[in-house]
Each structure stands twice: as C-alpha cells, then as structure tokens.
Design a protein around this ligand. Structure first.
Ligand SMILES: [Zn+2]
Length: 142
C-alpha cells in the first residue's frame, strides 16, 4: 500500500506542468472548462486546479483541468461550484459535466491513495452542491 502510493506520487511528480496540461487536454478536449471557448494561439490553456491548492487540493491529474488564462485568473481561489455559477451569470457555457467527472475521479483517487484530509470534505461539499443544483432538472447525477 505504502509502496504503491509512493510510486504513484513519483510518477505524478515526474510529469512537469506542461506534460500534465497535455494530459488534461487529451482527456477533456481543447476547450476551457469555464467559458467553453476552444483554445487557440490567442486563447491559451493553463492548468486549473479544481480544488484550489490553498484549500488543500493536490497536484494530481484528477484535480487538474484546462482553463483559459482569463478564467483561471478571474476565478482566483473561489470554489469550483461558486465559480461555475458565476460563469453562468456571465452568460458563458461552463462544462458542468467535466466538473462532476473531475470531482468524482478526485473522490475515487483520494479513496485509493488516502490522505488529503483538507481536500476530502471540501470535494464532498462541492459534489453535494452540484447534485443539489442538478436534481430539479433530473440531470442523472444520482
Ligand atoms: Zn475560459
């Protein structure tokens, strides 16, 4: 158990920032999670931490998605669901499904790897909030 965890940490840390961003882009496609714009030479991607690092979010692939630099900067340290709702107020088209998937995979990764005492309750609260939002529309997040 310990060994596996250490190996994973080494593998994750060995990927530099650019490589981790490529992983997120290949997994999720070349659009910003928050505004939905496609990345171009002008709209460049950056690594966005679903759970902000100041809230204890780990630098794991499960906690990293691609966002354009504008959205990344505008969001600051706001929680992902609060910021998702702000994006909607601005008339953007945030990728709620991608956020649910990222948070769900992060829950699984934390369950597997252990630790993350600060991030765990934060992720759970964000997912509950997302599910409450989705429930009236029956978006199938149960
Ligand atoms: Zn954006």
């Amino acid at each position: 158990m310990r060994d596996r965890r250490r190996k994973r940490t080494i593998v994750v840390m060995a990927l530099d920032r650019a490589a981790r961003l490529r992983v997120a882009l290949e997994r999720d496609g070349g659009t910003c999670i928050w505004c939905g714009r496609a990345f171009t030479a002008q709209i460049t991607p950056s690594t966005e931490h679903v759970v902000p690092r100041v809230k204890g979010g780990p630098s794991w692939p499960e906690n990293e998605v691609a966002a354009c630099r504008r959205c990344n900067a505008d969001r600051g340290h706001r929680g992902p669901v609060e910021w998702l709702e702000e994006c909607e107020r601005r008339g953007w088209e945030p990728d709620g499904a991608r956020l649910v998937r990222a948070l769900t995979q992060l829950v699984d990764a934390i369950a597997r790897e252990g630790g993350q005492r600060r991030a765990r309750p934060y992720v759970d609260a964000q997912l509950r909030r997302l599910r409450r939002r989705a429930a009236p529309r029956g978006a199938g997040l149960a």
